[in-house]
Design a protein around this ligand. Structure first.
Ligand SMILES: C[S@@+](CC[C@H](N)C(=O)[O-])C[C@H]1O[C@@H](n2cnc3c(N)ncnc32)[C@H](O)[C@@H]1O
Length: 187
């Protein structure tokens, strides 16, 4: 496992996604999470991926094509706050969020508190029993702290009779290292 936030998320995802699963990448970006999910779900599975930037959709589509994974993904130029329109409740094995901005993309476009919290709220219902969610929370700089604070406040309210929520932080890393959150829906 790579000892960084992406490595931690991928390690978690690899433990929980199986061939034939239906998964969601809520922030496709350069497509690295979408590609990982596509590899894990195999030829019988499906990955639904969202991003609001055309450039991100293009980069994701190109990565999937290079890796021969295009058939396993549905790409939607759409805000993740509308993800409930694309899947039924209790059907999704894994939902991945990688909050922040597209590296090298438009610096004005980044995930925002209101839409992020709404997307996580919908995602919790879409998860099947035993399903999981991985959230990598980048914050600070021009993005500020609103989104991080709103997400953390929301996560602390999630019904503990239906979900387990784990927060983790890099305690001795300088600057503003990203936070990770992992959610399990009760089986
Ligand atoms: C940190 S990047 C994601 C990186 C990506 N997971 C990867 O593997 O390369 C965050 C992405 O979220 C996208 N984004 C911002 N607001 C969004 C929204 N409301 N719905 C979906 N995607 C959004 C940005 O365009 C950006 O591409």
């Amino acid at each position: 496992m790579n000892l960084n936030t992406l490595g931690l998320a991928h390690f978690f995802i690899e433990q929980h996604v199986s061939p034939g699963d239906l998964c969601i990448d809520a922030t496709a970006g350069k497509g690295r999470d979408t590609a990982l999910l596509c590899r894990l779900v195999g030829g019988r599975g499906k990955v639904i991926a969202f991003d609001i930037q055309e450039d991100a959709m293009r980069q994701t589509a190109e990565l999937l094509a290079r890796e021969g994974l295009s058939e396993r993904a549905e790409l939607h130029l759409e805000s993740h706050e509308n993800m409930a329109q694309y899947a039924e409740n209790d059907t999704i094995s894994c939902i991945v969020f990688n909050f922040g901005r597209l590296p090298g993309g438009d610096p004005q476009v980044f995930t925002r508190a209101d839409s992020s919290v709404e997307a996580v709220r919908q995602g919790l219902e879409l998860l099947k029993p035993g399903g999981v969610m991985s959230l990598s929370i980048y914050y600070g700089g021009p993005n500020g702290y609103d989104e991080r604070d709103a997400l953390l406040a929301f996560l602390r309210t999630v019904d503990d009779r239906r979900y387990s929520v784990l927060l983790s932080e890099w305690a001795n890393r300088p600057g503003e290292p990203p936070l990770s959150a992992f959610i399990w829906k009760d089986a």
